[in-house]
Design a protein. Structure first.
Length: 330
C-alpha cells in the first residue's frame, strides 16, 4: 500500500514509517496536514492516510473531513486517526469527521498491521464496486453514467483553460441484421471490436447503450473531430471477424460536434447525435458534422438516447457530410 503518514513529531513519524516499511508499504511522511492533503490530491495511488489528531496547520479531524471531500465516490482512501488520548468522545469525533479507524499513539505493531490489513480488504472491495458502477460489463469501457461524469469534468477544464473539445457519436449500421444473421454472441463480438478500437485512441469514451458509443476529444476542434471520425469509420469498415466459414463485416455512422461557449455536455452531445441521425438518413457509413448546411427532419420523433431538450421543442440539426460509399453490414 502507499500510505501517507501525518504527525508533527518527526521522531514518531520515523518510528511508524519503519513499521510500515517493514510490512512492505510505501510511506510518504508529513508534519503538516495541509501539505499532506495537497499531496494526496496529486497522487492518485495513495491507499491510506494515518494522521495524528494534532498535525500542523489543521487538526486531524479537519484533515479527515477534507480527505472525505477529496475522495468523493471515486477514490478509496482509508483514514486512520492516531491519538494518545483514547477517550470514547475522541473516538466518536474522529469517526464522525470521516475517519475509518482509530488507533493509539504510538500504535502497537500488531494492532497497526491488523488495521492496515482491514484497510486493504475494504479498499479492494471499494475499487471493485467503483469498477462495476463505472464500466460497461460487455466492453470494459465507461458506461453511460461514468461517461457523462468524465464529460462534465472535461468540459469544466475547457471552460477554465479555453481549449477546444470535439464530440463524436457513432452507431453500428444495421446491427439488428448482424444479430439476426449471426446470433447475439457475434453481435457482442462486434460491439467489443468497436469498443477496443475506440479504447486504443486513449480518449474519453463510453457505450451509451446498445450499439451506440460516444467519444470526447479534448484539444480537437470540429475539423479535428471530423478527421478522427473518418479514420475510425475506415478502420471499422476494414474489420473482418471470422464466423465459421463466413466473415462478418460491418460499417458505422458518425456525428461530430464541437463545444461552444455556454453549452452543456448535453447540448454538445445532442448536436453530435443530430448529426449522427443525419448520417443515418444520408445512407449510413459516413461522417456528418454539426454545421450550417442541413436541417434534420423528425429528429425529435426518433428514439435517440441523447436528448437535452424536451421532445416538444422544434429541432433543426445543422450538419454537413463527409461522403462515403454506403455499404450494408454483412
Amino acid at each position: 500500500m502507499r500510505v501517507v503518514l501525518v504527525d508533527p513529531s518527526r521522531t514518531i513519524s520515523k518510528f511508524i514509517a519503519r513499521l510500515l516499511e517493514a510490512r512492505g508499504d510505501e510511506v510518504r511522511s508529513f508534519t503538516d496536514g495541509r501539505a499532506a492533503l495537497d499531496y494526496v490530491a496529486e497522487d492518485q495511488a495513495v491507499d491510506a492516510v494515518i494522521t495524528s489528531a494534532e498535525p500542523l496547520s489543521m487538526t486531524g479531524l479537519e484533515l479527515c473531513w477534507e480527505l472525505r471531500l477529496l475522495a468523493g465516490d471515486r477514490r478509496a482512501i482509508y483514514v486512520i486517526v492516531m491519538s494518545s488520548n483514547q477517550e470514547r468522545r475522541n473516538l466518536v469525533e474522529a469517526l464522525d469527521a470521516g475517519a475509518d479507524d482509530f488507533i493509539g499513539k504510538p500504535p502497537a505493531v500488531e494492532e497497526l498491521y491488523a488495521r492496515l490489513r482491514a484497510a486493504e480488504r475494504l479498499a479492494a472491495m471499494h475499487r471493485d464496486l467503483m469498477r462495476l458502477a463505472s464500466l460497461d460489463p460487455l466492453t470494459g469501457i465507461f458506461n453511460r453514467r461514468a461517461f457523462f461524469e468524465r464529460a462534465q469534468t472535461a468540459l469544466a477544464q475547457r471552460q477554465t483553460d479555453g481549449g477546444t473539445l470535439a464530440a463524436i457519436m457513432l452507431d453500428i449500421d444495421h446491427f439488428k441484421r448482424v444479430n439476426d444473421v449471426y446470433g447475439h454472441a457475434t453481435g457482442d463480438r462486434v460491439i467489443r471490436e468497436v469498443a477496443n478500437l475506440l479504447a486504443s485512441k486513449g480518449e474519453i469514451i463510453g457505450r451509451l447503450g446498445g450499439e451506440e458509443f460516444a467519444m470526447l476529444l479534448p484539444g480537437r476542434d470540429l475539423a479535428g473531430g471530423k478527421e478522427a471520425a473518418e479514420q475510425l469509420r475506415q478502420q471499422l469498415m476494414a474489420v473482418r471477424l471470422p464466423e465459421g466459414d463466413k466473415t462478418v463485416t460491418f460499417t458505422s455512422s458518425f456525428g461530430v460536434s464541437e463545444w461552444q461557449p455556454g453549452e452543456s455536455v448535453d447540448d454538445m452531445l445532442r448536436r453530435a447525435d443530430m448529426a449522427l441521425y443525419a448520417a443515418k438518413g444520408a445512407g449510413r457509413n459516413c461522417v456528418m458534422v454539426a454545421g450550417d448546411a442541413l436541417a434534420v427532419k423528425d429528429y425529435e420523433g426518433a428514439d435517440r438516447p441523447v436528448r437535452a431538450a424536451p421532445r416538444g421543442e422544434a429541432a433543426s440539426a445543422p450538419a454537413e457530410a463527409t461522403p462515403a460509399s454506403p455499404r450494408s453490414a454483412a
